[in-house]
Design a binder for this molecule. Structure first.
Ligand code: NAI
Length: 702
């Protein structure tokens, strides 16, 4: 059976694991802790060894292997990276979610690499760690994929700064296996012989735990919570009872490299180790294991976004066609290549892409670059741009279309395939780039301003389509010095308008931390503010009964155009709700409305008695009610052929869903809170077919 190539990007989990302090101590004993590091072994003020993270993998790995269809007869744990975000508490539930990132083909005889990642959160809500696993599959090579580029890894040409001798006991695997890896190779002498070993071997991850203790002891004694990242390659098996030496070199502030030597055979058992440590920056915006695509990232703002994302852990696709300011010319690979070099020189990961965003194939090619290099796409910044300014009469179709093609169609071309991947994986952050010129107008830029404002429209709907899949879509209106603005902005201003001032906003909007979706922000020189389309309260002219004359409208003009008390809408339904509310009878303060003296459950029980059957002829609708608060619950009301059936629970296919707090619901049902008022004040949330909700007041006596 061959590797399942379609598994790339597929989700692993969520997988939850409950644990108590005893599990943490058992792990500590399994990796050799004892009275010398009692803080890992005594429940009083217990500290959990960060590499305890590994114990979640014993559930994550089998699911990953199942998805990939890897040949289990030939697999070895190749490499392991742990990124620590927060210390692991002594008890609780750890929930891991991940995905298959990529496959690499080392050749038919040499095998394949399967790369997967998982992120683990604690039941206290904190993100604990991210785990990147590389499985070496000896029997799955030769499927025609790309080989992984070799990464250079060098140990300093001097003696290690720390050498920590450790001696796991002959029986060590018998304790370690109780933390989750019960594979026979580590316990059953017969099985071990069949697999070609003299006797059961150490778990590689047990030796890894020894290394973690040694690293903490040498570099951050007594402060395991300062471990930030641990990475290594498993190179040789070990027998229990052999003495080991963990060799550690400090390579910079908060950084070290390490390896483990088997002191009996002199072989290196774990190689290419990296360790990072230091204070966990509070609320740091990080993009570890996130894959970002930035279009037009060879220069200007895009370049800075790409550099900053990579500095904070993102793997970046640097797209740039390398054309002239007006989009003309052959294009060149050099701007994108240079930015990739800059990212790599700073220790980051990036690949270049030279596709043209203005074509459908170009957009697909850009997203393919991300999938090929890094297995997915989490962040997309639509940034590529050109200018072709002309006053309107001189704005010939060529200049009109060229600008719309790059800005508007470009965003469509790249976002569409990216959105498909994000939807599948249930996560995404998309940024559109508009412009103050588009938001407010600028002489000579009809093509540009039309395209830039259209991007706000694209965002408005995409944010709704992405909501269910944790895809956020926002828009940035930057002001920055670049070749696009060099002849527009006064020179002394130009100096102060570093693109670096815009990047923090772009990064925050693309981060997990930012809950916004559907918002537009201006950014420049360190000044940031929100821009929005607002709608005034308006006025009904002619009471909605007769069609008003233009004169009547003119008479009311100040009220029509007033923005006093204006508000923003998240979607069309809200505006329609206000339109309808403008015609409903004014009601008293809903908060003052008293419930009818019935419980919510009693109201639902009574509902069929208040049903006006004659009004329901030909009506077919299912209302799903979600009532929050201590008196709440779920009920649905199924109306068909003039009958009304009420049942508790959730209906499979409701037509219209209504969510309210228990007290508001009682006020609504007793007629004290008009439905429209409840809706416009946010007390009633309606999903599905909004129009059908209008029927409630008609079908039931309130
Ligand atoms: P820039 O010219 O320095 O960078 C834009 C990059 O996009 C260039 O490297 C260019 O080669 C690339 N590009 C152009 N067409 C492309 C295509 N078809 N496919 C792939 N790459 C392409 O410009 P800047 O100022 O960094 O602009 C970035 C974005 O910000 C643009 O969308 C621009 O309209 C917008 N913007 C910039 C403002 C500013 O003050 N700099 C103001 C408002 C908006």
């Amino acid at each position: 059976m061959a590797l399942n190539l379609d598994a790339i990007g597929k989700k692993i989990g969520p997988i939850s694991k409950d644990y108590t302090w005893k599990d943490a101590v058992l792990y500590a004993l399994g990796v050799g802790a004892g009275f010398s590091d009692l803080e890992y072994c005594y429940e009083k003020d217990l500290k959990v060894i960060p590499s305890f993270a590994i114990t979640t993998l014993y559930d994550v790995m089998p699911e990953a292997m199942g998805l990939t269809n890897v040949n289990l007869a030939g697999i070895l744990h190749g490499e392991q990276e742990l990124i620590f975000h927060n210390p692991i508490p002594p008890e609780g539930t750890m929930t891991s979610e991940g995905r298959i990132l990529n496959y690499y083909d080392k050749g038919e005889q040499k095998g394949a690499l399967v790369v997967a990642e998982a992120e683990t959160r604690h039941s206290n809500g904190q993100k604990l760690f991210t785990s990147n696993m590389t499985i070496f599959s000896r029997l799955d090579g030769g499927f025609g994929g790309e080989n992984r580029p070799r990464e250079k890894f060098e140990f300093p040409d001097r003696d290690p700064d720390f050498m920590v001798d450790m001696s796991p006991s002959e029986d060590q695997p018998l304790i370690y296996r109780l933390s989750g890896d019960t594979f026979q190779l580590h316990v059953d002498p017969e099985f071990a012989k069949m697999a070609g070993f003299e006797k059961p071997i150490m778990h590689g991850l047990c030796t890894h735990g020894y290394a973690c203790r040694a690293l903490i002891q040498s570099l951050i004694p007594g402060e395991p919570e300062k471990a930030r990242r641990m990475n290594c390659r498993f190179s040789r098996p070990l027998y229990p009872g052999m003495s080991l030496q963990v060799q550690i070199w400090k390579t910079g502030e908060g950084q070290a490299v390490w390896r483990i030597q088997n002191m009996e055979t002199q072989e290196i058992a774990i190689d290419n180790g990296l360790f990072e440590y230091g204070d966990v920056p509070k609320d740091e915006v990080r993009f570890d294991n996130k894959v970002a695509v930035v279009t037009g990232a060879g220069a200007g703002l895009g370049r800075v976004y790409a550099l900053e994302l990579a500095k904070r852990g993102a793997k970046v696709v640097v797209n740039d066609l390398g054309g002239a300011r007006d989009g003309s010319g052959e294009g060149s690979s050099s701007p994108a290549d240079q930015v990739v070099e800059e990212i790599k020189a700073a220790g980051g990961e990036a690949v270049a892409n030279y596709d043209n965003v203005a074509t459908v194939e170009g957009g697909e090619g850009i997203v393919k670059s991300a999938l090929d290099a890094f297995g997915t796409i989490d962040i997309l910044i639509n940034n590529a741009g050109i200018l072709r300014d002309k006053s309107f009469v001189k704005m010939d179709p060529e200049n009109w279309h060229a600008v719309l093609d790059v800005h508007l169609n470009g965003a469509y071309n790249v976002t569409r395939p990216a959105f498909a991947v994000m939807k599948e994986q249930g996560y995404g952050r998309i940024l559109m780039t508009t412009s103050a010129a588009g938001l407010y107008g600028n002489f000579g830029q009809t093509n540009y301003t039309a395209a830039k404002m259209a991007l706000v429209g694209l965002m408005n709907t995409l944010k709704l389509e992405g909501q269910k899949y944790d895809i956020h879509v926002n828009t940035i209106a930057p002001v920055a010095a670049s070749r696009l603005t060099e002849d527009v902005l006064p020179p002394d201003f130009f100096e102060k308008l570093k693109p670096e001032f815009v990047a923090p906003l772009a990064l925050y909007l693309c981060s997990e931390k930012c809950a916004d979706t559907g918002n537009v922000y201006n950014a420049g020189m360190g000044f940031y503010n929100r821009a929005a389309i607002v709608t005034g309260p308006g006025v009904v002219v002619g009471e909605g009964k007769e069609i008003p004359s233009p004169e009547a409208l003119a008479e009311n003009w100040e009220k029509v155009k007033s923005l006093k008390g204006a508000k923003t809408y998240f979607q069309l339904n809200e505006q329609i709700g206000d339109l309808m509310a403008a015609f409903s009878q004014p009601a008293g303060d809903a908060a003052a409305a008293e419930p009818a003296g019935l419980s919510v459950a009693e109201v639902f029980k009574n509902m069929p008695n208040n049903f006006i059957s004659e009004e329901a002829q030909g009506v077919e609708v299912v209302f799903q009610y979600t009532i929050t608060g201590s008196d709440g619950g779920d009920w649905y009301c199924d109306i068909k052929d003039g009958t009304c059936t009420i049942a508790s629970g959730k209906h499979e296919k409701p037509i219209c869903s209504l969510e309210m707090e228990d007290q508001d619901f009682l006020a609504l049902m007793s007629g004290k809170l008009p439905a429209m008022q409840a809706y416009t004040s946010g007390k009633l949330k309606i999903g599905g077919d909004l129009m059908k909700s209008q029927l409630i007041e008609k079908l039931f006596k309130m």
